[in-house]
Every structure is written in structure tokens, then in C-alpha cells.
Design a protein around this ligand. Structure first.
Ligand code: NPW
Ligand code: ADP
Ligand code: K
Length: 494
């Protein structure tokens, strides 16, 4: 699913209106019905509804939603905030249509803003994607008042006051909804950590904007959702044998951090690799042989760290980093790997930290290698970002400059390809914020690369499947109880 900017959404709107053809008012009606369809599945009729409307098309949606809910026997009350001398045509048309069903209350000062009983659900239709400056005056006061109630809140399309394409200032008045029901596309701020609170749990509803227009729309931002993940998957052929699924090499572990190697190995096997060799220091030998008997071991000359690069011939993918440590000998080995590798690598954890400490090595990273930094590791690599958006831009610049794929890990991990395209992940949960889950991800992506997935597909599908495993696991363990081992155990690639 693509993520469009405000201008593109308006173009998609205009194209649909002209090509389908459909009147703008009928399109608004369709959007309102899509919202109501979601709403009635979520909230029962006995909960009264307070709908706060502005005078643009978002307010027009609010009025249409009010009418449809009232026709479905929901008890509604509309509150209007007059904020422009030029209300939209479809707002006016829906105000007319509401006559005879319901009488809206015009808010003209703070004193008019009602106290609502706990049972009331608030629908926020004050401002939508047409926001062109921070909300102020009575709008800001109303937003503030809404935010101070404990009532459940649902934003229509986007929370009022939240910019779609640019950063809000910390002092801006923005509705903090429990839910956002977004038309046709998710909005970029829903996916960024600092603005996610202004989306709540978001849902996208289809309002039938022209599919051909959307397909040709050029945007750097997309989601990896269920459909796109399914499209990325390759079935396992009936006559396949273990050679069909590649031979992965994972270089990981050091004294005290052998667990990271074990986690990466278990995940790599669960993600369907044909053969796996783990390169580990001597101290890890028995641990690995006992805990991951399916993996072969390549033993370093050193007892506690990895220093000697094994022969690379025969491996179809190499992952390096989990639990590696940052010793000089390990750095030399990494440098050798970067120089000699003929296939893209998966580079994680301490291998990334070693690169950050030795930026002259950036030029040696094989093209289309996959780097999997968490935010701190990314900051070490590319410098601090002033905001989530700035960090994303830095990631896109870095990926293009060095010809690599970056998995910027977090709640909606962003896979950034070497052309600067960004794929936000849609799976995973806060239970995964626990030590070792990153090592599991390295194992998964390495397995997919080894099986012949393209680097971008391996990164997108790996990140998706990793989050999906976390989501499956918490059904048994709960969020707090989730461990990285649970994530590895619940991986399912088909
Ligand atoms: N294709 C789709 O997705 C569809 C989208 N639809 C809906 O349309 C919505 C977008 O509608 P929209 O363009 O009329 O924008 P919206 O935010 O309602 O109002 C903008 C108005 O507010 C004003 N204004 C702006 N900022 C302000 C501020 N801070 N403080 C005060 N005033 C401010 C500005 O005028 P100004 O005052 O600048 O003259 C303008 O008049 C979208 O979110 C979705 O709900 C569906 O109906 C159908 C299909
Ligand atoms: N709140 C969250 N929601 C979804 N996924 C998360 C969340 N927090 C962390 N994760 C995922 O968990 C993993 C953590 O990786 P990382 O920080 O490298 O852990 P470690 O170094 O302990 O292995 C990443 O894949 C990240 O996307
Ligand atoms: K809104």
C-alpha cells in the first residue's frame, strides 16, 4: 500500500472525480459510509456520539457521518467551529442535508464547549488534510478541551492539527485520538515515533479512489502489509532439496555473547535456509553444537572472539554482527570480509559499530548489502537526526550514497532501498523491545538472502515475518513475557 503526500491525495481525488466519474459530494458520501462501516463494528448504538466539525471537507465528512449514524439510530450531537470565511461547498451541502435530522450547536467561545459524559464517543472532524497552518484560537481551545477528556476519540482521516507532510512544532494543538480512520492511504506521520501518538490505532478504509492513478503515483513511501508480503514470498517447489535453499554463513558471538549467535542461527533455520554454518570463537563450540544441532560450526583460532575469516566459497549469503564484540582482530576480519565478499552481506550490531568507528570502510561495503541498525546504531553510522523525518531523510541519503539497504529498526521498521524508497513494516509489537530480537532478525534476513531472495525482498519479507512471529508469540506469552527465543520459535515463512 502506497503512502501519498497531500498534493498527490488531492490529485487522486480530482482524477477519480473526473474519470469515474463521480461528483465530489458523492465521493464525500462514500468516504462517510466507509467511516461509518468501520465505526458501527467498533461502537454499539447505546454510546452517544459527539461530532466536532470544522468547515472544510473534513467537517463535511463529519456532517455526513452524523446524518448516517443518526439514520442508524445512534444518538448524535454535532458541534460546529466556524474557522473560515470560506466554508467548502460540500460542507455547506452536508449542512443542508442534515437539516430535518438534527440541529448542530455552533461553538462561538470556550464557554460553549460542552462537558461530555464518559459514555460519549468523540468524532474529530475539525480539520483534515487541508491543514495549512497550526490550529489556533477557538479551534486550538476546542482541541485542547477534547484532549483533556477521557472519552474515546476517533479522528476522521487524520487528527485535527496534525500536518500530513511536514513537522508540527511541539506547541501545536493536535487532537490525540484513540483511533484514526484514514481514507484510502495511511499518512506519513502515523509511522513516525514522535507523531504516532496523534494517530492512535489507525485503520485505512477504501473510498474507491482510482486504482490506475494510485498505481502510477510516484512516491518514496510504501507499506509492507499482508498483501505485499504475500506477493514477495516464493513457494517451495515439490522436488526441492536442501541445496535449493542456499548455504548461509553467520559470523557471530564472542565470550559472554554466544547467545546472540545461537538466536541468529535458530532464526535462520526457521526462515527456511538449506544449510547453515556458524563461524564462532572456540568458547562457543559446545554451546552451539548442543543448542543448534542443525548448524555446522566453523571454529575461529581465538578462544573468545572471531578474528579469522573462513573461506567464503560456497556460501550464498553471509550475515555478520550479533554478539561479535569490537576487538581489533574482529575489525580486521570485517575489513577482509568487506573486501572479499562477492555477495551482499547482512551487517548488524557490533559489525555496524565497527563500521561507525572506521568510516573509511564504508566504500568497501558490497553493493546491496543490508544494514540493520537500531536508532542508536544508525546515529553512530550517519550522525544524529533532528527529527524522525530528518532521520528518514538521512537514511535515504545514506542508502543511495553507499548503494546499500537499510533496515531502520523500530515500531514500524523502515526498509530503505538503494534508490531511497522506504517500506514501512506493519507487524510487530512493543513486546519485541527486548534483548536479542535484533539477532533473530539478522538470522531471518540472512536465510532469505541465502535462498535467492533479492536483497530488498529479503529485507522487507524478513522484517515482516519477524514482526509477525512476535505477534504470534505474544498470544502465548503476553507482551512483557516475550523473549527473543519465542520470536525465533514462532517464525513462519509460508
Ligand atoms: N481524497 C480524499 O482523501 C477525500 C477526502 N475527503 C476529506 O477532505 C478532507 C480535506 O478537505 P479540505 O482540503 O477541505 O481540508 P480541511 O482540513 O477539511 O479544511 C481546510 C480548510 O480549513 C482552513 N484551514 C486550514 N488550516 C487551518 C487552521 N489551522 N485553522 C483554521 N482554518 C484552517 C482552510 O481554509 P483557509 O482558512 O486557509 O482559507 C480550508 O478552508 C480530508 O481530510 C478528508 O476528510 C473526503 O471528503 C472525500 C475524499
Ligand atoms: N515497539 C516495537 N514494536 C515493534 N517492533 C519492535 C518494537 N521495539 C523493538 N522492535 C523490534 O525488535 C527488534 C529490536 O532489535 P535490536 O534493538 O537490535 O535488539 P537487540 O540488539 O537486543 O537484538 C527490531 O527488529 C525492532 O524493529
Ligand atoms: K480530523
Amino acid at each position: 500500500m502506497k503512502i501519498l503526500d497531500g498534493k498527490q491525495v488531492r490529485q487522486a481525488d480530482a482524477y477519480t472525480i473526473a474519470q469515474e466519474p463521480i461528483s465530489p459530494l458523492a465521493l464525500m458520501e462514500r468516504a462517510a459510509h466507509a467511516f461509518v462501516h468501520w465505526y458501527i463494528n467498533q461502537f454499539v448504538q447505546t454510546r452517544p456520539v459527539a461530532i466536532f466539525c470544522g468547515q472544510g471537507n473534513n467537517g463535511g465528512d463529519g456532517l455526513a457521518i452524523a446524518r448516517i449514524l443518526s439514520q442508524r439510530s445512534y444518538s448524535i450531537q454535532v458541534y460546529l467551529v466556524a474557522h473560515t470565511s470560506n466554508p467548502s461547498d460540500d460542507y455547506r451541502a452536508n449542512l443542508d442535508r442534515l437539516q430535518g435530522h438534527h440541529r448542530p450547536i455552533l461553538l462561538s467561545s470556550e464557554a460553549d464547549i460542552p462537558e461530555l459524559s464518559d459514555q460519549v464517543i468523540i468524532i474529530d472532524a475539525l480539520l483534515g488534510s487541508g491543514l495549512n497552518r497550526p490550529a489556533d484560537g477557538l479551534l486550538a481551545v476546542t482541541i485542547d478541551k477534547i484532549n483533556h477528556c477521557d472519552n474515546k476519540k476517533v479522528a476522521v482521516d487524520i487528527a485535527s492539527g496534525l500536518f500530513m507532510d511536514r513537522l508540527n512544532a511541539p506547541s501545536d494543538a493536535i487532537v490525540k485520538p484513540d483511533y484514526t480512520v484514514s481514507f484510502q492511504f495511511p499518512k506519513l506521520p502515523f509511522l513516525l515515533p514522535h507523531s504516532a501518538a496523534y494517530a492512535g490505532e489507525w485503520h485505512v478504509v477504501d473510498i474507491g479512489l482510482a486504482k490506475d492513478f494510485i498505481a502510477h503515483c510516484d512516491t518514496p513511501y510504501e507499506l509492507t502489509d499482508y498483501e505485499s508480503a504475500e506477493r514477495l514470498k516464493k513457494p517451495r517447489a515439490k522436488y526441492a532439496h536442501k541445496g535449493t535453499f542456499g548455504h548461509a554463513l553467520i559470523i557471530a558471538g564472542s565470550y559472554g555473547k554466544v547467545g546472540a549467535a545461537v538466536l541468529a542461527a535458530k532464526a535462520c533455520l526457521r526462515a527456511g535456509v538449506g544449510l547453515l554454518t556458524l563461524h564462532i570463537p572456540k568458547c562457543a563450540y559446545e554451546i552451539v553444537q548442543v543448542s543448534v544441532p542443525e548448524a555446522m560450526a566453523s571454529i575461529d583460532v581465538k578462544k573468545k572472539i572471531n578474528t579469522l575469516l573462513p573461506e567464503l566459497q560456497g556460501y550464498t549469503a553471509v550475515g555478520i554482527g550479533p554478539g561479535l564484540g569490537q576487538h581489533t582482530g574482529t575489525l580486521q576480519m570485517l575489513q577482509q570480509l568487506l573486501s572479499l565478499a562477492t555477495c551482499p552481506l547482512v551487517i548488524d550490531a557490533d559489525a555496524l559499530n565497527l563500521l561507525s568507528e572506521n568510516k573509511e570502510l564504508f566504500g568497501l561495503i558490497p553493493r546491496k548489502s543490508i544494514l540493520t541498525p537500531h536508532p542508536k546504531e544508525f546515529e553512530r553510522l550517519a550522525g544524529p537526526g533532528r527529527s524522525d523525518l530528518d532521520r528518514l531523510h538521512k537514511g535515504r541519503e545514506f542508502a543511495q550514497k553507499h548503494g546499500v539497504i537499510i533496515c531502520l529498526k523500530g515500531a514500524h521498521t523502515a526498509v530503505i532501498d538503494d534508490c531511497g524508497r522506504v517500506y514501512f513494516n506493519t507487524t510487530g509489537n512493543p513486546g519485541m523491545a527486548t534483548g536479542g530480537t535484533g539477532d533473530v532478525l539478522t538470522g531471518v534476513i540472512t536465510a532469505l538472502l541465502a535462498q535467492g531472495y533479492s536483497p530488498v525482498a529479503a529485507a522487507r519479507l524478513g522484517v515482516y515475518a519477524h514482526g509477525q512471529a512476535g505477534d504470534a508469540a505474544i498470544k502465548k506469552t503476553g507482551m512483557a513475557g516475550l523473549t527473543a527465543s519465542d520470536v525465533a520459535e514462532h517464525l513462519r515463512l509460508d
